[in-house]
Design a protein around this ligand. Sequence first.
Ligand SMILES: C[S@@+](CC[C@H](N)C(=O)[O-])C[C@H]1O[C@@H](n2cnc3c(N)ncnc32)[C@H](O)[C@@H]1O
Length: 237
Amino acid sequence: MTDNSWHSATEIQGIFDRIAPVYDQLNQRLSLGQHRIWKQMTVKWCEPQPGDVGLDVCCGSGDLAQLLARKVGKTGRVVGLDFSPEQLAIADLRAQNNYPSLALKWVEGDALTLPFEDNTFDCATMGYGLRNVVDIPRCLQELHRVLKPTAKVAILDFHRPTQPWMRTLQQWYLDNFVVPTAKGFGLTDEYAYIMPSLERFPLGTEQVKLAYEAGFSHAVHYLIAGGMMGVLVGTKD
Ligand SMILES: C[S@@+](CC[C@H](N)C(=O)[O-])C[C@H]1O[C@@H](n2cnc3c(N)ncnc32)[C@H](O)[C@@H]1O
């Protein structure tokens, strides 16, 4: 269930490098702007405070990292990590344009071997990354390791709705809206991967179990967007 070996890490990195130039524009169109609300909810659930040191793993072009940076303010700082240099270049440019005074740093690295000391971060986010990593338990263990005691991580991703009609709607939306829209950008294959990746992605209840197994002392999964999205919130000790 947690095996993403249908795509290697190098292939996934290649996909996100290729998507980078149009990623933000596509996201906005494909979610009808809703992804901004879901990301704000995610940041709220990891409870960032002014002065905190925050982490956004699989940061892509930096939406969540920017939101987190606004919450921790000028006395805090945020690190965005991703293994796609193309995404990080865009994240850096956007942050310099939008929030030149906030302390945002971009690190090229792997979510499965985070290049940080144990107990470093006060709060963390991850958006649409967990579904893409090749080893979900390992990723959760790494997130747990780098958080300080009492810190929270909030992990936003797609979810398979439990009601059959919502599942049908989701399938219809992916087949008839997402893939054709991506096709218009010349990215059919890159976006056709969403449904198979979702089929392999653990349900919320399974994610909670994995979070406990990774060492989190408390874990809860919130369904949003009618169960088509979800946020896993894990608390360390
Ligand atoms: C769908 S994008 C999400 C970007 C951003 N978090 C957002 O919500 O808009 C997934 C990102 O995860 C990154 N990624 C996937 N697997 C990774 C890994 N093992 N380590 C670091 N980054 C990874 C990709 O490069 C990509 O930028």
